[in-house]
Design a binder for this molecule. Structure first.
Ligand code: SF4
Length: 478
Protein backbone atom coordinates (compact mmCIF):
# COMPACT_ATOMS: atom_id res chain seq x y z
CA UNK A 1 0.00 0.00 0.00
CA UNK A 2 1.22 3.59 -0.47
CA UNK A 3 3.58 4.73 2.29
CA UNK A 4 6.17 7.39 3.08
CA UNK A 5 9.33 6.87 5.14
CA UNK A 6 11.90 8.87 7.08
CA UNK A 7 15.18 7.70 8.61
CA UNK A 8 15.09 8.76 12.27
CA UNK A 9 18.63 7.47 12.79
CA UNK A 10 21.14 5.17 11.14
CA UNK A 11 19.18 2.07 12.19
CA UNK A 12 15.58 3.23 12.72
CA UNK A 13 13.01 4.08 10.05
CA UNK A 14 9.60 5.69 10.46
CA UNK A 15 6.79 4.71 8.08
CA UNK A 16 3.47 6.56 7.76
CA UNK A 17 0.47 6.21 5.50
CA UNK A 18 -2.40 8.45 4.50
CA UNK A 19 -4.70 6.99 7.14
CA UNK A 20 -2.32 8.39 9.75
CA UNK A 21 -0.94 5.02 10.89
CA UNK A 22 2.76 4.79 11.68
CA UNK A 23 5.30 2.04 12.21
CA UNK A 24 8.85 2.24 13.60
CA UNK A 25 11.15 -0.38 12.09
CA UNK A 26 14.80 -1.24 12.26
CA UNK A 27 16.66 -0.98 8.98
CA UNK A 28 16.66 -4.74 8.30
CA UNK A 29 12.86 -4.97 8.67
CA UNK A 30 12.42 -1.88 6.54
CA UNK A 31 14.56 -3.36 3.77
CA UNK A 32 12.50 -6.55 3.91
CA UNK A 33 9.28 -4.57 3.70
CA UNK A 34 10.50 -2.30 0.89
CA UNK A 35 11.71 -5.38 -0.99
CA UNK A 36 8.30 -7.01 -0.74
CA UNK A 37 9.69 -10.06 1.06
CA UNK A 38 8.08 -9.92 4.51
CA UNK A 39 7.25 -13.56 5.45
CA UNK A 40 3.48 -13.92 5.66
CA UNK A 41 3.70 -15.82 8.95
CA UNK A 42 5.81 -13.19 10.72
CA UNK A 43 4.70 -10.74 13.41
CA UNK A 44 6.07 -7.96 11.19
CA UNK A 45 3.62 -9.00 8.47
CA UNK A 46 0.71 -8.99 10.89
CA UNK A 47 1.68 -5.61 12.32
CA UNK A 48 2.10 -3.93 8.93
CA UNK A 49 -1.06 -5.50 7.53
CA UNK A 50 -3.17 -4.40 10.50
CA UNK A 51 -1.92 -0.83 9.98
CA UNK A 52 -2.67 -0.84 6.28
CA UNK A 53 0.95 -0.83 5.06
CA UNK A 54 0.70 -4.00 3.02
CA UNK A 55 -1.92 -6.05 1.24
CA UNK A 56 -2.01 -9.10 -0.99
CA UNK A 57 -3.86 -7.38 -3.78
CA UNK A 58 -6.92 -5.28 -4.49
CA UNK A 59 -9.16 -5.86 -1.50
CA UNK A 60 -12.48 -4.04 -1.24
CA UNK A 61 -12.57 -4.26 2.56
CA UNK A 62 -9.05 -2.88 3.02
CA UNK A 63 -9.79 -0.01 0.67
CA UNK A 64 -12.98 0.80 2.57
CA UNK A 65 -11.05 0.78 5.87
CA UNK A 66 -8.39 3.10 4.39
CA UNK A 67 -11.10 5.46 3.06
CA UNK A 68 -12.81 5.48 6.43
CA UNK A 69 -9.53 6.31 8.21
CA UNK A 70 -8.87 9.17 5.82
CA UNK A 71 -12.42 10.50 6.19
CA UNK A 72 -12.11 10.39 10.00
CA UNK A 73 -8.84 12.33 9.89
CA UNK A 74 -10.45 15.04 7.76
CA UNK A 75 -13.74 15.22 9.70
CA UNK A 76 -12.76 18.65 11.05
CA UNK A 77 -13.89 20.03 7.67
CA UNK A 78 -17.53 19.14 8.27
CA UNK A 79 -19.75 22.09 9.08
CA UNK A 80 -17.43 24.81 7.77
CA UNK A 81 -15.57 27.29 10.00
CA UNK A 82 -16.18 26.67 13.69
CA UNK A 83 -13.91 29.33 15.18
CA UNK A 84 -15.28 32.85 14.62
CA UNK A 85 -13.01 35.63 15.85
CA UNK A 86 -14.48 39.06 16.52
CA UNK A 87 -12.35 42.17 17.00
CA UNK A 88 -14.48 44.57 19.08
CA UNK A 89 -11.65 47.11 19.25
CA UNK A 90 -8.07 47.68 18.20
CA UNK A 91 -7.40 49.77 21.30
CA UNK A 92 -4.98 48.34 23.85
CA UNK A 93 -3.38 49.43 27.11
CA UNK A 94 -0.20 47.37 26.71
CA UNK A 95 2.82 47.74 24.44
CA UNK A 96 4.13 44.24 23.87
CA UNK A 97 7.21 44.17 21.67
CA UNK A 98 6.04 41.11 19.73
CA UNK A 99 2.37 42.12 19.31
CA UNK A 100 1.01 40.81 16.01
CA UNK A 101 -1.53 43.61 15.74
CA UNK A 102 -1.11 47.23 14.73
CA UNK A 103 -2.75 48.22 17.98
CA UNK A 104 -4.22 51.64 18.75
CA UNK A 105 -3.95 53.80 21.87
CA UNK A 106 -6.61 53.55 24.55
CA UNK A 107 -8.24 56.86 23.56
CA UNK A 108 -8.16 56.33 19.77
CA UNK A 109 -11.45 56.93 17.95
CA UNK A 110 -12.81 54.95 15.00
CA UNK A 111 -11.29 51.58 15.87
CA UNK A 112 -14.26 50.03 17.70
CA UNK A 113 -16.81 47.71 16.10
CA UNK A 114 -20.33 49.13 15.81
CA UNK A 115 -23.43 47.12 16.77
CA UNK A 116 -24.56 47.24 13.12
CA UNK A 117 -21.32 45.57 11.99
CA UNK A 118 -21.41 43.11 14.89
CA UNK A 119 -25.02 42.15 14.11
CA UNK A 120 -24.21 41.31 10.49
CA UNK A 121 -21.11 39.36 11.54
CA UNK A 122 -23.12 37.30 14.02
CA UNK A 123 -25.61 36.44 11.27
CA UNK A 124 -22.77 35.25 9.01
CA UNK A 125 -21.36 33.15 11.86
CA UNK A 126 -24.74 31.52 12.46
CA UNK A 127 -25.18 30.89 8.71
CA UNK A 128 -22.37 28.35 8.84
CA UNK A 129 -23.62 24.76 8.71
CA UNK A 130 -21.92 23.84 12.02
CA UNK A 131 -24.32 23.16 14.89
CA UNK A 132 -21.80 24.46 17.42
CA UNK A 133 -19.33 27.32 16.95
CA UNK A 134 -16.84 29.20 19.09
CA UNK A 135 -17.09 32.99 19.23
CA UNK A 136 -13.77 34.45 20.32
CA UNK A 137 -13.29 38.11 21.26
CA UNK A 138 -9.85 39.48 20.47
CA UNK A 139 -8.34 42.92 20.22
CA UNK A 140 -6.56 45.14 20.95
CA UNK A 141 -7.75 44.59 24.49
CA UNK A 142 -11.32 43.29 24.33
CA UNK A 143 -12.18 44.51 27.84
CA UNK A 144 -11.77 48.11 26.62
CA UNK A 145 -14.93 47.44 24.56
CA UNK A 146 -16.75 45.45 27.21
CA UNK A 147 -20.20 46.88 26.44
CA UNK A 148 -19.89 45.62 22.86
CA UNK A 149 -18.63 42.22 24.09
CA UNK A 150 -21.68 41.97 26.33
CA UNK A 151 -24.06 42.95 23.55
CA UNK A 152 -22.52 40.45 21.12
CA UNK A 153 -22.59 37.63 23.68
CA UNK A 154 -26.26 38.14 24.53
CA UNK A 155 -27.30 38.72 20.91
CA UNK A 156 -25.45 35.67 19.59
CA UNK A 157 -26.89 33.49 22.38
CA UNK A 158 -30.46 34.58 21.60
CA UNK A 159 -30.14 34.14 17.85
CA UNK A 160 -28.36 30.79 18.19
CA UNK A 161 -31.08 29.48 20.52
CA UNK A 162 -33.74 30.28 17.90
CA UNK A 163 -31.74 28.30 15.33
CA UNK A 164 -31.06 25.37 17.66
CA UNK A 165 -27.32 26.07 17.61
CA UNK A 166 -24.76 26.33 20.37
CA UNK A 167 -22.16 29.07 20.80
CA UNK A 168 -19.14 28.76 23.07
CA UNK A 169 -17.63 32.10 24.11
CA UNK A 170 -13.96 32.90 24.74
CA UNK A 171 -12.54 36.30 25.57
CA UNK A 172 -8.86 36.91 24.93
CA UNK A 173 -7.65 39.53 27.36
CA UNK A 174 -4.42 40.66 28.97
CA UNK A 175 -6.41 40.62 32.27
CA UNK A 176 -4.97 43.93 33.48
CA UNK A 177 -8.38 45.64 33.49
CA UNK A 178 -10.49 42.85 35.04
CA UNK A 179 -13.34 43.92 37.33
CA UNK A 180 -15.97 42.06 39.36
CA UNK A 181 -18.54 43.16 36.77
CA UNK A 182 -16.58 41.33 34.07
CA UNK A 183 -16.31 38.18 36.18
CA UNK A 184 -20.00 38.16 37.00
CA UNK A 185 -20.90 38.44 33.32
CA UNK A 186 -18.43 35.69 32.33
CA UNK A 187 -19.82 33.37 35.01
CA UNK A 188 -23.44 34.03 33.99
CA UNK A 189 -22.81 33.47 30.28
CA UNK A 190 -20.18 30.72 30.39
CA UNK A 191 -17.45 32.89 28.87
CA UNK A 192 -14.01 31.28 29.03
CA UNK A 193 -10.98 33.49 29.59
CA UNK A 194 -7.75 33.20 27.64
CA UNK A 195 -4.81 35.30 28.70
CA UNK A 196 -1.07 35.63 28.22
CA UNK A 197 1.56 34.75 30.77
CA UNK A 198 5.10 34.71 29.50
CA UNK A 199 6.70 33.35 32.67
CA UNK A 200 8.06 34.80 35.93
CA UNK A 201 7.87 38.55 36.55
CA UNK A 202 11.34 39.34 35.18
CA UNK A 203 10.37 37.75 31.85
CA UNK A 204 6.69 38.66 31.57
CA UNK A 205 7.28 42.32 32.38
CA UNK A 206 10.15 42.51 29.90
CA UNK A 207 8.04 41.01 27.10
CA UNK A 208 4.75 42.69 27.98
CA UNK A 209 5.37 46.16 29.42
CA UNK A 210 2.56 48.32 30.74
CA UNK A 211 2.76 51.96 31.73
CA UNK A 212 3.23 52.47 35.44
CA UNK A 213 5.14 49.22 36.08
CA UNK A 214 4.97 45.50 35.46
CA UNK A 215 1.75 43.64 34.65
CA UNK A 216 2.88 40.23 35.92
CA UNK A 217 1.55 40.51 39.45
CA UNK A 218 -1.80 41.86 38.22
CA UNK A 219 -2.16 39.00 35.72
CA UNK A 220 -1.30 36.31 38.26
CA UNK A 221 -3.72 37.80 40.78
CA UNK A 222 -6.47 37.98 38.17
CA UNK A 223 -5.90 34.42 36.94
CA UNK A 224 -6.61 33.36 40.53
CA UNK A 225 -9.76 35.50 40.60
CA UNK A 226 -10.93 33.93 37.33
CA UNK A 227 -10.26 30.41 38.62
CA UNK A 228 -12.27 31.15 41.73
CA UNK A 229 -15.18 32.84 39.94
CA UNK A 230 -15.44 30.59 36.88
CA UNK A 231 -14.25 27.23 38.21
CA UNK A 232 -11.49 25.07 36.82
CA UNK A 233 -11.05 24.68 33.09
CA UNK A 234 -12.47 28.09 32.11
CA UNK A 235 -9.24 30.08 32.30
CA UNK A 236 -6.20 29.31 30.20
CA UNK A 237 -2.92 31.10 29.62
CA UNK A 238 -0.46 30.94 26.78
CA UNK A 239 3.05 32.21 26.34
CA UNK A 240 5.13 33.59 23.51
CA UNK A 241 8.82 32.82 23.39
CA UNK A 242 11.10 35.76 22.71
CA UNK A 243 14.87 35.53 22.66
CA UNK A 244 14.73 36.45 26.36
CA UNK A 245 12.60 33.35 27.10
CA UNK A 246 14.90 30.74 25.63
CA UNK A 247 17.28 30.32 28.63
CA UNK A 248 14.36 29.96 31.07
CA UNK A 249 12.31 26.91 30.03
CA UNK A 250 12.08 25.46 33.54
CA UNK A 251 11.25 28.76 35.22
CA UNK A 252 8.42 29.39 32.73
CA UNK A 253 6.89 25.97 33.38
CA UNK A 254 7.27 26.35 37.16
CA UNK A 255 5.41 29.65 36.89
CA UNK A 256 2.51 28.00 35.05
CA UNK A 257 2.26 25.31 37.71
CA UNK A 258 2.41 27.94 40.44
CA UNK A 259 -0.65 29.74 39.01
CA UNK A 260 -2.63 26.48 38.77
CA UNK A 261 -2.38 25.79 35.03
CA UNK A 262 -2.40 22.16 33.88
CA UNK A 263 -0.92 22.88 30.48
CA UNK A 264 1.33 25.25 28.57
CA UNK A 265 1.49 26.10 24.87
CA UNK A 266 5.14 26.72 24.00
CA UNK A 267 4.80 29.14 21.10
CA UNK A 268 7.45 30.63 18.90
CA UNK A 269 7.22 34.18 17.55
CA UNK A 270 4.90 34.77 14.62
CA UNK A 271 6.09 36.79 11.65
CA UNK A 272 3.33 39.40 11.71
CA UNK A 273 2.64 42.97 12.77
CA UNK A 274 4.84 44.33 15.51
CA UNK A 275 6.56 40.95 15.71
CA UNK A 276 8.02 41.74 12.28
CA UNK A 277 9.05 45.25 13.25
CA UNK A 278 10.89 44.08 16.37
CA UNK A 279 11.83 40.71 14.93
CA UNK A 280 15.53 41.40 14.95
CA UNK A 281 15.46 42.40 18.61
CA UNK A 282 13.21 39.61 19.88
CA UNK A 283 13.57 36.89 17.24
CA UNK A 284 15.83 33.87 17.01
CA UNK A 285 16.79 31.02 14.77
CA UNK A 286 14.30 28.13 14.58
CA UNK A 287 16.96 25.70 15.81
CA UNK A 288 17.34 27.72 19.01
CA UNK A 289 13.59 27.49 19.56
CA UNK A 290 13.76 23.73 19.01
CA UNK A 291 16.49 23.45 21.68
CA UNK A 292 14.25 25.40 24.04
CA UNK A 293 11.25 23.24 23.14
CA UNK A 294 13.12 19.96 23.70
CA UNK A 295 14.46 21.16 27.06
CA UNK A 296 10.99 22.26 28.16
CA UNK A 297 9.36 19.01 27.03
CA UNK A 298 11.98 16.95 28.89
CA UNK A 299 11.21 18.89 32.06
CA UNK A 300 7.46 18.45 31.58
CA UNK A 301 7.90 14.69 31.12
CA UNK A 302 10.05 14.58 34.25
CA UNK A 303 7.28 16.37 36.19
CA UNK A 304 4.72 13.83 34.96
CA UNK A 305 6.99 10.93 35.91
CA UNK A 306 7.10 12.36 39.42
CA UNK A 307 3.32 12.54 39.68
CA UNK A 308 2.50 16.10 38.53
CA UNK A 309 0.00 16.11 35.66
CA UNK A 310 1.06 18.83 33.22
CA UNK A 311 0.97 18.80 29.41
CA UNK A 312 2.31 20.79 26.46
CA UNK A 313 -0.44 21.84 24.05
CA UNK A 314 1.49 21.77 20.77
CA UNK A 315 2.70 18.25 21.53
CA UNK A 316 -0.89 17.31 22.47
CA UNK A 317 -2.14 18.51 19.08
CA UNK A 318 0.44 16.45 17.21
CA UNK A 319 0.09 13.40 19.44
CA UNK A 320 -3.68 13.39 19.01
CA UNK A 321 -3.10 13.22 15.26
CA UNK A 322 -0.37 10.56 15.64
CA UNK A 323 -1.81 8.33 18.36
CA UNK A 324 -5.58 8.50 17.74
CA UNK A 325 -7.76 7.99 14.65
CA UNK A 326 -8.95 11.59 14.83
CA UNK A 327 -7.93 14.81 13.15
CA UNK A 328 -7.61 18.08 15.05
CA UNK A 329 -9.15 21.41 14.08
CA UNK A 330 -6.02 23.43 14.84
CA UNK A 331 -5.70 26.30 12.37
CA UNK A 332 -1.92 26.26 11.95
CA UNK A 333 -1.72 22.52 11.31
CA UNK A 334 -4.66 21.62 9.13
CA UNK A 335 -4.75 20.24 5.63
CA UNK A 336 -6.79 21.61 3.97
CA UNK A 337 -5.63 24.71 5.78
CA UNK A 338 -7.65 26.09 8.67
CA UNK A 339 -7.60 29.56 7.08
CA UNK A 340 -11.18 30.19 6.00
CA UNK A 341 -11.99 26.47 6.36
CA UNK A 342 -11.71 26.32 10.13
CA UNK A 343 -11.56 29.94 11.20
CA UNK A 344 -12.87 33.30 10.05
CA UNK A 345 -12.27 36.75 11.53
CA UNK A 346 -14.56 39.79 11.60
CA UNK A 347 -12.52 42.95 12.06
CA UNK A 348 -13.74 46.07 13.86
CA UNK A 349 -14.29 47.82 10.52
CA UNK A 350 -16.46 45.06 9.03
CA UNK A 351 -13.74 43.39 6.97
CA UNK A 352 -13.87 39.59 6.96
CA UNK A 353 -10.52 37.80 6.91
CA UNK A 354 -9.50 34.17 6.45
CA UNK A 355 -7.68 34.15 9.79
CA UNK A 356 -6.11 36.32 12.44
CA UNK A 357 -2.89 36.31 10.41
CA UNK A 358 -4.79 37.55 7.32
CA UNK A 359 -6.17 40.40 9.42
CA UNK A 360 -2.66 41.27 10.57
CA UNK A 361 -1.53 41.49 6.97
CA UNK A 362 -4.52 43.77 6.36
CA UNK A 363 -3.46 46.00 9.27
CA UNK A 364 -0.06 46.19 7.53
CA UNK A 365 -1.79 47.37 4.32
CA UNK A 366 -1.90 44.05 2.46
CA UNK A 367 -5.49 42.91 1.81
CA UNK A 368 -4.66 39.79 -0.21
CA UNK A 369 -6.52 37.52 2.19
CA UNK A 370 -9.53 39.71 2.98
CA UNK A 371 -12.49 37.52 2.04
CA UNK A 372 -14.94 40.42 1.85
CA UNK A 373 -17.01 42.41 4.31
CA UNK A 374 -19.98 41.72 6.58
CA UNK A 375 -22.17 43.22 3.84
CA UNK A 376 -21.33 40.37 1.47
CA UNK A 377 -23.24 37.13 1.16
CA UNK A 378 -22.10 33.89 2.77
CA UNK A 379 -21.36 32.44 -0.68
CA UNK A 380 -19.34 35.48 -1.76
CA UNK A 381 -17.21 35.25 1.39
CA UNK A 382 -16.62 31.50 1.59
CA UNK A 383 -16.66 30.53 -2.09
CA UNK A 384 -15.10 33.64 -3.64
CA UNK A 385 -11.84 34.02 -5.54
CA UNK A 386 -9.78 34.58 -2.38
CA UNK A 387 -10.95 31.34 -0.80
CA UNK A 388 -10.21 29.52 -4.05
CA UNK A 389 -6.65 30.90 -3.97
CA UNK A 390 -6.24 29.79 -0.35
CA UNK A 391 -7.60 26.34 -1.16
CA UNK A 392 -5.25 25.96 -4.13
CA UNK A 393 -2.23 26.42 -1.86
CA UNK A 394 -3.79 24.95 1.25
CA UNK A 395 -3.68 21.18 0.79
CA UNK A 396 -0.35 19.94 2.14
CA UNK A 397 -0.67 16.57 0.41
CA UNK A 398 -0.40 18.39 -2.94
CA UNK A 399 2.42 20.84 -2.12
CA UNK A 400 6.01 20.46 -3.31
CA UNK A 401 8.08 19.24 -0.38
CA UNK A 402 5.06 18.15 1.66
CA UNK A 403 3.56 15.68 -0.83
CA UNK A 404 6.28 13.11 -0.20
CA UNK A 405 7.02 14.06 3.42
CA UNK A 406 6.56 11.32 6.02
CA UNK A 407 4.94 13.79 8.42
CA UNK A 408 2.28 15.11 6.04
CA UNK A 409 -0.57 13.03 7.54
CA UNK A 410 -0.12 15.08 10.73
CA UNK A 411 1.06 18.44 9.36
CA UNK A 412 -0.56 21.48 7.74
CA UNK A 413 -0.17 23.94 4.89
CA UNK A 414 -0.50 27.53 6.27
CA UNK A 415 -0.44 29.37 2.90
CA UNK A 416 -0.86 32.82 4.46
CA UNK A 417 2.24 32.42 6.61
CA UNK A 418 4.22 31.29 3.56
CA UNK A 419 2.86 34.20 1.55
CA UNK A 420 4.07 36.52 4.32
CA UNK A 421 7.47 34.95 4.87
CA UNK A 422 8.34 33.66 1.40
CA UNK A 423 6.22 35.78 -0.94
CA UNK A 424 4.29 32.78 -2.22
CA UNK A 425 1.38 30.90 -0.59
CA UNK A 426 2.72 27.55 -1.82
CA UNK A 427 6.07 28.31 -0.23
CA UNK A 428 9.42 26.59 -0.36
CA UNK A 429 9.67 23.94 2.37
CA UNK A 430 13.48 23.51 2.45
CA UNK A 431 13.81 27.16 3.59
CA UNK A 432 10.54 27.46 5.52
CA UNK A 433 10.81 28.13 9.28
CA UNK A 434 7.28 26.69 9.62
CA UNK A 435 8.48 23.42 8.12
CA UNK A 436 11.75 23.39 10.02
CA UNK A 437 10.00 23.81 13.35
CA UNK A 438 7.29 21.23 12.63
CA UNK A 439 9.75 18.69 11.29
CA UNK A 440 11.99 19.18 14.34
CA UNK A 441 9.10 18.61 16.73
CA UNK A 442 7.81 15.60 14.75
CA UNK A 443 11.25 13.99 14.76
CA UNK A 444 11.57 14.60 18.50
CA UNK A 445 8.14 13.16 19.35
CA UNK A 446 8.64 10.05 17.21
CA UNK A 447 12.10 9.64 18.74
CA UNK A 448 10.50 9.67 22.19
CA UNK A 449 7.83 7.18 21.08
CA UNK A 450 10.63 4.97 19.72
CA UNK A 451 12.69 5.19 22.92
CA UNK A 452 11.27 1.95 24.30
CA UNK A 453 10.30 3.72 27.53
CA UNK A 454 6.72 2.65 28.40
CA UNK A 455 6.35 5.64 30.72
CA UNK A 456 6.62 8.03 27.76
CA UNK A 457 3.66 6.42 26.00
CA UNK A 458 1.65 6.35 29.23
CA UNK A 459 2.33 10.05 29.84
CA UNK A 460 1.48 11.01 26.26
CA UNK A 461 -1.78 9.04 26.37
CA UNK A 462 -2.73 10.70 29.67
CA UNK A 463 -2.41 14.08 27.92
CA UNK A 464 -4.92 12.98 25.29
CA UNK A 465 -7.70 12.20 27.73
CA UNK A 466 -10.13 15.03 26.95
CA UNK A 467 -11.21 15.54 30.55
CA UNK A 468 -7.66 16.33 31.59
CA UNK A 469 -6.14 18.12 28.65
CA UNK A 470 -6.49 21.83 27.95
CA UNK A 471 -7.32 22.03 24.21
CA UNK A 472 -4.80 23.76 21.96
CA UNK A 473 -5.75 27.22 20.90
CA UNK A 474 -5.43 28.99 17.58
CA UNK A 475 -2.56 31.39 17.10
CA UNK A 476 -3.30 34.57 18.96
CA UNK A 477 -1.62 37.24 21.05
CA UNK A 478 -3.59 39.76 23.13
S1 SF4 B 1 5.59 21.49 6.27
FE1 SF4 B 1 7.51 20.32 6.34
S2 SF4 B 1 7.14 18.81 8.01
FE2 SF4 B 1 5.13 19.56 7.36
S3 SF4 B 1 4.42 18.12 5.77
FE3 SF4 B 1 5.45 19.84 4.72
S4 SF4 B 1 7.56 19.15 4.42
FE4 SF4 B 1 6.64 17.83 6.03
Amino acid sequence: MPFRFHRLSADRVLLTNQGGEFALLDTADFDTFAGGTVPSDSSLHLDLKSKGFLTHGPDETELRVAASQFRTKKAFLEGGPKLHIFVPTLRCNQGCGYCQVSRAGVETCGVDMTSETASKAIDIMLSCPAKAVTMEFQGGEALLAFDMVKWMTVTASERAAKLGKAVRFVICTNLTLLTDEHLTFFAEHGVSVSTSLDGPAFLHDRNRPISGGGAHDIVVRNIARCNEALGSGFTSALMTSTVHSLPHARAIIDEYIAVGQKSIFLRDLNPYGYAIKTGHALGYDTDLFLDFYREALAYIIELNRNGTFFSESFACTLLRKIMTPFGVGFVDLQSPTGEGFGVVLYNHDGSVYASDEARMLGEMGDFTYRLGTVNDSYAAIFFGETMLDIAAAGVAESLPGCSDCTFVPYCGADPIRHYRTQGDPVGHRPTSSFCRKNMGVFRHLFGLLDSGDPEIERIFLSWLMPSRTVPPRPTWQP
